[in-house]
Design a protein around this ligand. Structure first.
Ligand code: ARG
Length: 270
């Protein structure tokens, strides 16, 4: 009797193992499905973007809960061309690319630098502008050049190219989920400098200095060259091609440059 039960159990286990295998085979077939197309977006009637709206003049949260900025204007134009609504999902910057890679959102729109490292895990549009990292210090803390930063502590936003740049430079890096907290740690003297993209540095420093006596200063040393693009999940080639076509038109006819002008930001064409 015991032998029969043992035999039945063995057969049952083998069956379970076998169906387990065939189940995962089916799953593998599923992942080879084609990516999102422009037609999919049109059928859904909306383009869902992921953004960290703490990055003026590109995307900034207003007191009424709306998000405005250069990239929001550009995305509204893209959506108009596609004939769809723009849906904005807000999150910390460090969640934007992982969410896009997992296909939770159609497009990452967050002043994202399209670099080779990121291109391994996400598909980017052609760049629409160039930026650089800038060093922000307080007027009084004695740091005058990039060389003075050796061995010093620096505040950055988590998951940004500022963070990887500062780590590679060997600075003591303090990372903050929100840009405003990185700025605050410089203001409060917790760090010696704050490293952030140049146009955002200019905007945030100007608004800080307008209401404070202890001024912030941007060092006159541009580091890195960073092309900004919009990101989507790998495999969404059709969608990205369509957006690239629209972007090309907006770049060629001067519309993108005029959006920068509207936000009083200097424009560097890629
Ligand atoms: N350009 C930098 C990067 O891609 C910073 C972007 C930060 N964006 C934001 N919305 N806070 O890492």
């Amino acid at each position: 009797m015991k032998k029969i039960i043992a035999f039945i159990l063995t057969v049952a286990l083998m069956c379970a193992a076998f169906t387990g295998c065939s189940g995962s085979d089916k799953k593998d077939e599923g992942t080879t499905a084609a990516g999102k197309t422009a037609a999919d977006i049109k059928a859904a009637g909306k383009l869902v973007i992921a953004t960290s709206p703490d990055f003026p003049p590109f995307e900034e949260l207003q007191s009424d809960g709306s998000v405005v900025g250069i990239e929001i204007d550009i995305l509204n134009m893209i959506c108009k061309e596609l004939g769809v609504e723009l849906e904005i999902q807000q999150m910390d910057f460090e969640s934007v690319l992982p969410g896009v890679q997992a296909g939770k959102f159609d497009l990452g729109v967050s002043g994202i630098t399209a670099n080779d490292e990121r291109k391994k895990n996400a598909l980017f549009t052609n760049p629409y502008c160039l930026a650089a990292q800038a060093i922000v210090v307080t007027e009084s803390n004695g740091i005058k050049t990039k060389a003075d930063l050796k061995g010093k502590s620096v505040a950055v936003q988590t998951g940004t190219t500022a963070e990887s740049f500062c780590m590679a430079e060997g600075y003591k890096v303090n990372s903050y989920a929100a840009n405003s907290d990185a700025e605050l740690s410089l203001v409060n003297g917790k760090v010696d400098a704050w490293v952030i993209d140049d146009l955002t540095a200019a905007e945030m420093v100007a608004s800080y200095n307008a209401s404070h006596d202890d001024k912030l200063v941007i060092l006159d040393e541009a580091m890195t060259t960073e092309p900004y693009g919009f990101a989507t999940k790998l495999g969404n080639d059709d969608l990205i091609n369509e957006i690239n076509n629209i972007l090309k038109k907006l770049l060629d006819d001067g519309t993108i440059a005029s959006v920068f002008e509207k936000f009083e930001a200097p424009y560097t064409k890629p």
